[in-house]
Design a protein around this ligand. Structure first.
Ligand SMILES: [Cu+2]
Length: 149
């Protein structure tokens, strides 16, 4: 009897959505800057849209969702108006020049290749944890290659 009850309880529990991380990385701040950006591609294999409700990392003092916009030829960033949705059966792809996570006051002791833990929360209670590698910004890579000439 006890067993049967337990099985019924399991069946009655709605299945949690199951978002997956396809890829993700953090770009270290440019020289003289204090803000870093993180880009994640999140997949939603489920049949319903899944809204992101929160993001956090212990590696930065603050983290916000930003979008890059161009108005009258001027490119700027602004906080995202509402939390993005990962479409059913699709993905939310953050990228330079589009939606990204802005990290303020990144821990300055972190070195290239360090793994930064991220926690993402979704509507309905699903969560996703990810360790994202810290990359040098593209400009710094170029500067390093040009050194020693
Ligand atoms: Cu930004």
């Amino acid at each position: 009897m006890r067993l049967a009850l337990a099985a019924l309880t399991l069946l009655a529990t709605p299945a949690l959505a199951d978002p997956e991380l396809a890829e993700g990385y953090v770009t270290a701040p440019y020289a003289g800057a204090s803000a870093a950006a993180a880009y994640l591609t999140i997949r939603n294999p489920d049949g319903e849209d899944l809204r992101l409700t929160g993001v956090s990392t212990p590696a930065a003092a603050e983290m916000m969702l930003h979008e890059t916009v161009e108005e009258d030829g001027v490119v700027s960033m602004r906080p995202l108006g509402e939390m993005p949705v990962v479409p059913a059966g699709g993905e939310l792809a953050m990228a330079p020049g589009a939606v990204h996570l802005m990290l303020t006051d990144l821990d300055p002791t972190l070195e290239e290749g360090a793994l930064l833990p991220f926690l993402l929360l979704f509507e309905g209670g699903a969560t996703l944890t990810a360790d994202l590698p810290l990359d040098l910004p593209p400009y710094e890579h170029g500067a390093m290659m040009g050194m020693g000439e």
